[in-house]
Design a protein around this ligand. Structure first.
Ligand code: BTN
Length: 257
C-alpha cells in the first residue's frame, strides 16, 4: 500500500491531548527507542512520537533483535511519568495496539503476558518499554512498539517464535498510516486514564490469553511450570505450581502448554 508516511501525514487532524502533538519521522534509523532516548535526553516535549520507515538494529525484549523492514511499523513514544504508573505502561501499550488493529482491520487480537499482541495465536506485535529511573524520579520512559503490518512469510520465517502480520491475517495489504494514527489516538486516550490497578489494568487482565492456562515461564535462569492464576496490578504473573506453591513472576517469557 503506497502510504506516504511523514510527520505531517501522521499528525494531521489527530486531535490528541498529549501523545502525538509532536511527531518525528525518519525514513531509516538504527532503533526508534534509541532515537527516542536521545530526544528524551534533550528534554523533548512529553508525548513525542518517533516513527521510522525502517530500523537497522531494532531491539527486542531480553536483548533480542527486532526486524523492521519497510512496510512495517516501528514507533516509540517519549513520556515523563510518575514512578507509580511505570508498570501500567506495558499494559496500556498492548491495549492500544489491540484497539488500533481491531479498528483498522476488524481482526480479533489477544494479549499474551506480559505484552505480546497475537492474532490467531501468532505474534503480530512486540513492545519494549525502557526507562531511566533514579531513586523516585523517572527521567524518561520510552514505549517502543513494533507491528508486523506487511511482512511476508519469508521475513517471518526468520524469527524465533510463531509470528504473523496484519496483511497475512487480513488477506490484503494494510495501511501503516491508518494503524499508526489509530495507535497514537488509543495511546493518548488510555494514558489520560492511567492509574495503578485502574481501568487500563482491568481491560489488560481481561484480554490476557495466558490466564487459566497451563504455562511454562522462563525468567532469567529460572523456569516455572503451572497454571497462570492471575496478575497483580504491578503486572506480575501469579503461577500456581504443581506442588501448590504460588510463584510471582515479574518478567519472563511464557509458553502456553
Ligand atoms: C519484543 O521483543 O517483543 C519487543 C520488540 C519491540 C520492538 C520495537 S520496534 C520500535 C521500538 N524500537 C526498538 O528498537 N524496539 C521497539
Amino acid at each position: 500500500m503506497s502510504d506516504t508516511l511523514s510527520a505531517e501525514s501522521i499528525s494531521r487532524g489527530l486531535g490528541t491531548r498529549m501523545i502525538g502533538r509532536n511527531v518525528l519521522y525518519y525514513s531509516r534509523v538504527t532503533s526508534t527507542n534509541e532515537t527516542a532516548k536521545q530526544e528524551a535526553g534533550r528534554g523533548v516535549r512529553e508525548g513525542t512520537v518517533i516513527v521510522a520507515g525502517e530500523q537497522t538494529a531494532g531491539r527486542g525484549r531480553l536483548k533480542r533483535t527486532w526486524l523492521t523492514p519497510a512496510g512495517n511499523i516501528a514507533l516509540s513514544v517519549v513520556l515523563y511519568p510518575k514512578k507509580r504508573v511505570l508498570p501500567s505502561l506495558i499494559m496500556m501499550a498492548s491495549l492500544a495496539v489491540s484497539h488500533s488493529i481491531e479498528t483498522v482491520t476488524g481482526l480479533e487480537t489477544q494479549i499474551k503476558w506480559p505484552n505480546d499482541v497475537l492474532i490467531n495465536g501468532r505474534k503480530v506485535c512486540g513492545i519494549l518499554v525502557e526507562s531511566d529511573v533514579r531513586d523516585e524520579k523517572v527521567n524518561y520512559a520510552i514505549i517502543g512498539i513494533g507491528i508486523n503490518v506487511n511482512a511476508g512469510k519469508d521475513v517471518l520465517s526468520g524469527v524465533q517464535f510463531a509470528a504473523t502480520s496484519l496483511n497475512l491475517e487480513a488477506g490484503k495489504e494494510v495501511s501503516c498510516l491508518d494503524v499508526i494514527r489509530e495507535l497514537v489516538k488509543a495511546l493518548d486516550n488510555l494514558y489520560s486514564t492511567i492509574s495503578p490497578g485502574g481501568p487500563v489494568f482491568s481491560e489488560w487482565r481481561n484480554r490476557l490469553v495466558t490466564l487459566r492456562k497451563k504455562v511454562r515461564v522462563t525468567s532469567g535462569r529460572e523456569v516455572f511450570e503451572g497454571i497462570a492464576e492471575s496478575v497483580d496490578a504491578d503486572g506480575s504473573l501469579l503461577v500456581r505450581g504443581t506442588d501448590g506453591s504460588l510463584n510471582r513472576i515479574i518478567a519472563g517469557d511464557v509458553t502456553l502448554r
